[in-house]
Ligand binder design. Structure first.
Ligand code: URA
Length: 229
């Protein structure tokens, strides 16, 4: 998947979007106005994963277009980026009624049908989780207050757990931490390049940079079960 062209990635992501909008795999589809598959460039190096669509997202079919989205855009601007440079998705693709928490069976069904496939297609260098549900997919049993901003490298990819923007809006005391955590994102892209650089004394030995099992890549833990449930 990592060698897929941007065009073929886009085709595969578009096919998932079509499936999301026809999905009846869990009860969340019953109240859906629009499914919210995710949005962003197919060749994005960074994937943000939120929790699930809210009212505005359900109306528009796009992720993070309400107040949380505004904050996300402001935070991106502070690191010199904008939302058109990143892919933004959610754990569940349909709005939970009254914005309740997504349930374990909804998360399991939706992630295995869509989110994990999106990750495979995008093959991002950095996955930024927003909030505890998205964090829970990659950091089982962790507490967000304890691990926000602490990076995990696995299979040549950085996982950065962050607070959910809505949590920051509810408690502005978290803003300083959130901004500091956000500043790690460009550093991780640089670190990824560093980790994948061919050795200086062996120029030209690798053409396209290293991937997961390369000897230049620091030893990492084996991939773990992605789902918590
Ligand atoms: N909150 C989320 O987790 N996702 C969205 O798309 C919007 C708000």
């Amino acid at each position: 998947m990592t060698t897929q062209s941007a065009d073929s990635k886009k085709t595969a992501l578009d096919a998932i979007a079509v499936q999301v909008n026809a999905c009846t795999a869990c009860g969340l589809h019953k109240n859906r106005t629009r499914g919210v598959p995710g949005a962003g460039p197919a060749d994005s190096e960074i994937l943000f994963i939120g929790e699930g669509p809210g009212f505005h997202e359900d109306q528009k079919g796009l992720p993070f277009v309400g107040q949380s989205g505004k904050l996300l855009e402001q935070l991106l601007a502070k690191i010199g980026m904008n939302r058109d440079q990143v892919f933004i998705a959610n754990v569940v693709k349909c709005r939970p009624p009254e914005n309740r928490d997504p349930m374990p069976d909804e998360i399991a069904t939706c992630t295995s049908a869509y989110l994990f496939k999106q990750i495979e297609i995008l093959s991002p260098k950095v996955i930024v989780t927003l909030g505890r549900f998205s964090m829970g997919l990659f950091f089982p049993n962790a507490k967000i207050s304890a691990i926000h901003g602490k990076v995990k490298w696995e299979n040549n990819r950085a996982y950065l757990p962050l607070y959910h923007p809505a949590a920051v809006l509810r408690n502005m005391g978290l803003m300083g931490d959130m901004e500091a955590d956000f500043r790690k994102i460009p550093e991780l892209i640089k670190e990824h390049a560093q980790r994948n650089k061919p050795p200086a004394d062996d120029p030209g030995s690798k053409s396209g940079g290293a991937t997961g099992g390369d000897e230049n890549t620091p030893k990492e833990e084996p991939p773990q079960q992605l789902s918590l449930f």
